[in-house]
Design a binder for this molecule. Sequence first.
Ligand SMILES: [Zn+2]
Length: 113
Amino acid sequence: MFYVRWKMGDTRRCRVFPPLTPEHPAYAMKCLYCHYELGGGFGGSTKPEAVQLIAVALVDPDSDALVKFAAGRVCNVGAVLLHERCVLQMTDKQLEEFVGELVHVPGQTQDAT
Ligand SMILES: [Zn+2]
């Protein structure tokens, strides 16, 4: 799990990182949008892609963070890493829907459906 500093109403599109190196812990993780490895390219291409963090949800709903979050203050929230190119495929509305699916099945990918 990744974390970003985020507050309600901010864009979910957070930091963009250069293509991951094989040493990076997320290199072999799957992009939740295209289901190909983050260290590889979009659509299974071998050309590495930039990746982007997307703010998803609060990590611990019982923590103090929830109070800060509800008050519209910045706090640490869970984030997912996707290929930047995959993020760019989605409009803001589609991104909200995509994130909504992730929130409803904490700890799982949307493969569960
Ligand atoms: Zn992808």
